[in-house]
Design a protein around this ligand. Sequence first.
Ligand code: ASP
Ligand code: MG
Length: 450
Amino acid sequence: MNSTTLNIAKFGGTSVADFAAMQNCAKIVASNPATRVVVVSASAGVTNYLVDLANNELTTEQINNTIASIEKIEFAILEKLNDNAATQLELQSLLSELSELAHNTKNLQTDEGKDALLCMGERMSSLLFTEVLKQEGCAALNFDARRVIKTDSQFGQGTPDIEQIADHAKQLMAPALAEQVLVTQGFIGSDSNNKTTTLGRGGSDYTAALLAEALNAQTCEIWTDVIGVYTTDPRITNKARPLPELSFDEAAEMATFGAKVLHPATMVPALRKNIRVFVGSSREPEKGGTWIAKDCSQEPYYRAITRRKDQVMVTVKTPSMLYASGFLSHVFGILAKHQISVDLVTTSEISVSLTIDNPPNSVRKKINQQIIKDLREICEVVVEEGFDLVTVVGNNMHSEAGVSSRIFQALNAHNLRMICYGANPHNMSFLVKEDTSNQVVTDLHSELFE
Ligand code: ASP
Ligand code: MG
């Protein structure tokens, strides 16, 4: 290994969905001698099944059917391997562990129990992908990420301990990289008691960036099913086009505000260590992709439009809020106690509106009756669902006359429930009814990019 260049390659769920997809990934790994660490997601669909099981609301029959669906995905890959007897034993042992955890409904009442189950998808895909790599002629070893990705004990949303991760990666991973490629699991880690934790949905990208940081890599590749990051989601408008470059700041905004290609925290380690991040398609690597770096050749006013679905708006209102100090801290105190993470806030004289991200299959806490009840003790509360958040990501949108007016012009015909503008020069966000968001994005795209 040339010690001056190290690349971490991460393959997402669709890239490791089946044997043929894994073969594409193996070729990508083999073609770049700098790639010494591979991070994999669970095969597409598996984590969703595991979340269904972890939610602990299924009948025994439903549990068995869900496990059968997972087994089908894993065995279809196993069967395509040439010499698979030993791997089959390992896979079967992981599946029995999974089954035991899935039926242990008492254990699943805790977030700790849920994480023990949620980690199974990555543990199976890394086992299988290691074998696919070997079959492609690449010396590879399956490495348990939990030995290195140390986190706090916030199960479901562990916070990584950067220093420990760096220490462990240097001790346990770096020396092995000369001999073989280490294949490890995204998304999972362990706390100080060696209990399994997870980094939140989509967390495999974050794992890759954390390892890139810990091992002083120059680049981190995120291989997925699209040829880079687009001006907007191509499923919303076919005028969307891939972006050759993005700045760290823009990418971080896009990820936070709904661009599905990157986990929002991914850019944090990249930024700290100035690691260039690449996003491309493992099915079509020859098509190139998006490079995300500190400095771009251009910093356009408008770079992209993102949409985040499933937003809940909570409006809290009290006449006594007028000039009352401490009201907001009360509200946020209640939300914090229930581990609710608030995204946008707008205030008016007697009311405050907040948005909360509420996607299905999320492990994040959702607003529930108890939280509403707690809030009602200090104010009136209205909860409205069915919103999407549309965000224009760019640069210096505040500073130049006419830059924001073009955005409002495009939105003339739309009803905007909440506008957030000003907290940061890279973003301007609008809360709109979910049935209008396609049109909002399309209109903005046509005004700003076409
Ligand atoms: N498998 C996890 C998920 O689906 C993590 C990831 O794919 O990044 O959320
Ligand atoms: Mg992902």
